[in-house]
Design a protein around this ligand. Structure first.
Ligand code: HEM
Length: 339
């Protein structure tokens, strides 16, 4: 039960990562300008007319309207009269972004719904771990970390909106998703092998080194993305070409891939000789590295064609997961040889 729930939660979190990447690609981040509701609604509007002030309409406290290019929030539940009454409304103070695009709103809304489902799934995992008999303190602890982590992640999501998509906040939000992925993999492996971190093998150390190399690459990638985002904002256009506008960090990010590839090929060679049970996973890792590099090259040389940004991010996140997994699995294969 716990294992199945952990897998389900992991898959949902990956869906949220993919949805988040689509939000970014489509520029839908401010589709819901408030949080956790969307324009003050549980289910957001589909037409702008629903967001304009109307006479003889019932408004609920917290409901948002767009008026004279800014957002206003209903102070209380009330029914509007024939005329707009200022005392019923207050300005939305968190930011001054007030545009409505139904596509952006619904893309962001679906992203939030998936986030809420991930939260529920984590809560279930926590409850299920708590009531597991015989008692498993390790699973209880890990599921508590996950629950706190996902609440923190939801709060980070809110700060991303309040900061009107501050690039650093976006990176932090993405990084936290990867932390959740890592803890879920540890949880999963703990349901298979209770004494997980037993005897470490030399291969385990290499796999950990490979994982850390990729992590560094991911961190540099987020910095490149922050630069791309700020550049787009500065020129005020969604079209941006990195060619001719490269930074040193971009060059390092690009060339570092060569090190990542060589190191993982070398590990593959070692696994082929001594640890055939891990061979398939390492092949998947190599394929994911290949797709990351290919999508990176396409983004750079073809000026970010449609869908390459989410592909680059989602593949890098899946790669991150598989690397944690193979590293944890190396303990299992060590135990197998020890037993
Ligand atoms: C092992 C290989 C690689 C990994 C794991 C990787 C990972 C990442 C990650 C995680 C990001 C941040 C994405 C985001 O936050 O949305 C990123 C951004 C980026 N990477 Fe890579 N990357 C790799 C190779 C490359 C290569 C070879 C290139 C170019 C030739 C490249 C070009 C870029 C660019 C242009 C960005 C900014 C993308 C954006 O603004 O959406 N990457 N990378």
């Amino acid at each position: 039960m716990n294992r199945k729930l952990a897998i389900a939660t992991l898959l949902i979190i990956y869906l949220v990562i993919a949805a988040g990447a689509i939000v970014r690609m489509t520029g839908s981040g401010m589709g819901c300008p408030d949080w956790p509701k969307c324009f003050g609604h549980l289910i957001p509007p589909t037409e702008e007319a629903e967001l304009l002030w109307r006479a003889n309409t019932t408004y609920e406290r917290g409901q948002v309207i767009i008026r004279e290019d800014h957002l206003e929030v209903a102070r209380k539940d009330f029914k509007s009269s024939e005329f707009y009454e200022e005392s019923n409304w207050e300005n939305y103070e968190k930011h001054d972004y007030a545009a409505f695009n139904p596509w952006h709103t619904w893309i962001e809304y679906i992203n939030r719904l998936l986030g809420a489902i991930a939260g529920l799934s984590t809560l279930l995992l926590f409850l299920s771990s708590w009531f597991t008999r015989p008692k498993r303190t390790d699973l209880r602890l890990l599921s508590a970390i996950l629950l706190i982590g996902i609440l923190f992640q939801a709060w980070l999501g809110a700060t991303v909106v309040y900061s009107v998509l501050n690039p650093f906040r976006i990176s932090l939000h993405m990084f936290m998703a990867l932390v959740l992925v890592a803890v879920l993999f540890i949880y999963y492996e703990k349901t298979v092998e209770r004494k997980l971190f037993g005897q470490s093998s030399i291969l385990g150390k290499y796999l950990l080194a490979g994982f850390l190399l990729t992590l560094l690459q991911v961190l540099m990638g987020t910095q490149v993305r922050q630069y791309v985002d700020s550049s787009k904002e500065q020129i005020g256009s969604n079209f941006f070409s990195l060619q001719g506008a490269e930074t040193l960090l971009f060059y390092i990010h690009r060339s570092f891939s060569i090190l990542v590839i060589i190191f993982h090929l070398w590990i593959y060679n070692r696994i082929r000789k001594d640890h055939s049970s891990l061979l398939k996973t390492q092949q998947i890792i190599l394929t994911l590295i290949g797709i990351s590099v290919l999508s990176g090259v396409i983004m750079y040389y073809f000026d970010f064609p449609f869908s390459t940004q989410p592909i680059h991010l989602v593949i890098a996140s899946i790669l991150f997961g598989f690397q944690i997994y193979i590293w944890l699995r190396s303990y299992r294969s060590t135990n197998e040889t020890v037993n």
